[in-house]
Design a binder for this molecule. Structure first.
Ligand SMILES: [Zn+2]
Length: 497
């Protein structure tokens, strides 16, 4: 009876783990691949000294892929957080990536969730020469990401681009020639109960199995002698000493655990941390020998001066006419080459209602981008092409309001009218109204965004009042005329044709 129960429990657990393996997304979809270049390089590898390395600046192109209807893009802020992390990780190799051209957007549902065939097509159609091409999609062939050797490009899954994920660094390692530390075992499941063979074979390629004593490290496994043996081709989490829980046995029967901090292993993001000196030497040589056309610009970047938002328009708390496009504008920040702009209903920016990306110090908010009669908060995130590790600026607020009709009920003058309206260019416009009392008034001509263009004073008398307003040298367009009199503001629209 006891045996039967044990057996049932075993079957039950086996059933769960089989299902769990099926739904678990593959980590890396890079085919088992080692370039001829790397095979040659490893016969005479460079010896590097980390403290002596000059930084190599590497141009990349970011392709952000959405569905046919343009939805589904990875948010720019998450993209930049991930890019920041990539460069942080690659500091140990003195390799720094920079975004060479514009960030490119591709709307194609077949690429957004793709198989390897569609992925190859995407890369063939969109790769930018002499840059590393990274495609950010929803589903890269069921994996977190992969490097496609036949197209020399990488696809990355949105959900694997968290700010501390190592997927991007791992795939960039493949891009720069590195195989997995468990190279040779990609298609072969390791059975730790059986004697370990001397070789593993897949696709007619036979690879020597790396031994713990280092005697065959230069041609077995990944061919790097400073990466110890590793046969684990599944995602694993490291134990308290940073090693695989799984004990393995090399062909001589020597037991070992895999090293967890190696980015090119399948250890979890929490363990991943380093490339070895051997791997760094290969990546740098790959750039210097195989990708010389990429390295034409090696000028160090100008660092970003600060992340301070100093608004030019609108002023803090200012009212802006609703249903009209207007420009948010700020003082340019030295070193900034792009800005993200967020608009939110909340000063915490816990959700945003509009986002923009611009290479200048202003952005046009469309007439339909925001709802009317609300307070909005805006902030920027500046960065240059090399440094995405910048934070957000301070924020400002503005209010959308119908400046004409919202005050109509409380007008402080009577019968206000402008004529002719529409006016021709340079034509004098007459302003007429009557007042119940005498006062001194300010008469202003404003843009629709509330910016004061002209301002003059007039003495208001009890009864009928009339004055003329010059439109000389005003461009054609719609304006607001405001009369501040008797303790209130009175608005009319003026069209110059
Ligand atoms: Zn991989």
């Amino acid at each position: 009876m006891r045996k039967i129960i044990t057996l049932l429990v075993f079957v039950f657990i086996a059933g769960i783990s089989a299902r769990a393996q099926q739904v678990q997304p593959a980590f890396c979809g890079t085919p088992a691949h080692k370039s001829e270049w790397l095979e040659r390089y490893q016969q005479n590898p460079q010896v590097i000294s980390r403290s002596m390395l000059d930084t190599i600046y590497v141009p990349i192109t970011l392709h952000v892929v959405g569905k046919d209807d343009g939805s589904g893009y990875l948010s720019m802020n998450r993209l930049m957080d991930s890019f920041c992390h990539l460069n942080e990780v690659f500091k140990q190799a003195a390799i720094q990536f920079y975004v060479k051209g514009n960030i490119r957007y591709i709307n194609n549902s077949d690429y957004y969730e793709h198989d390897y065939n569609s992925g190859r097509q995407m890369m063939a159609n969109h790769n930018v020469p002499n840059t590393l091409n990274f495609y950010i999609v929803d589903d890269p062939a069921g994996a977190c990401g992969y490097y496609q050797p036949s197209r020399d490009a990488v696809a990355l899954g949105k959900s694997c681009l968290g700010p501390s994920d190592y997927t991007w660094a791992h795939e960039a390692g493949h891009y720069l020639s590195l195989p997995h530390t468990f190279y040779g075992w990609e298609e072969t499941d390791y059975n730790f109960n059986s004697p370990t063979p001397n070789t593993v074979t897949w696709a007619n390629i036979t690879r020597a199995v790396e031994r713990v004593n280092g005697t065959n490290c230069s041609y077995a496994g990944d061919g790097f002698c400073d990466t110890p043996p590793d046969y684990l081709n599944f995602r694993w989490n490291c134990n308290s000493t940073g090693q695989s829980p799984q004990i393995q046995k090399d062909p001589s029967g020597v037991e070992f655990r895999s090293q967890g901090n190696l980015i090119m292993s399948y250890s979890d993001d929490g363990c991943s941390e380093i490339f070895t000196d051997g791997q760094i030497g290969a990546m740098r040589a790959n750039l210097q020998q195989q990708r010389t056309g990429y390295l034409t610009n090696q000028a160090p970047p100008t660092p970003l001066a600060n992340t301070d938002l100093n608004t030019i328009f609108p002023a803090e708390g200012a009212e802006v006419q609703n249903n009209e496009a207007f420009d948010l504008e700020w003082q340019p920040i030295p070193g900034a080459q792009m800005y993200f702009v967020d608009i939110s209903r909340l000063p915490t920016f816990s959700f945003t209602v509009a986002n923009y990306i611009t290479t200048t110090n202003s952005v046009t908010v469309g007439a339909d981008d925001l709802l009317a009669d609300k307070t909005y908060y805006w902030r920027i995130r500046p960065f240059n092409r090399y440094d995405a590790c910048t934070g957000f600026s301070n924020y400002y607020s503005f209010q959308l309001a119908d400046l004409v009709s919202s005050t109509a009920a409380q007008e402080t003058v009577l019968g206000l009218r402008l004529y002719p309206n529409p006016a021709r260019e340079n034509q004098e416009v007459i302003i007429e109204f009557s007042s119940e009392q005498g006062s001194n008034a300010a008469v202003s001509l404003l843009s629709l965004t509330g910016q004061v263009l002209r301002n003059q004073r007039m003495d208001v008398v009890p009864g009928a009042n009339r004055m003329s307003l010059s439109t000389a040298s005003l461009p054609k367009g719609l304006y607001l005329v405001r009369i501040d009199a008797n303790g209130g503001a009175n608005y009319r629209k003026l069209l110059v044709q």
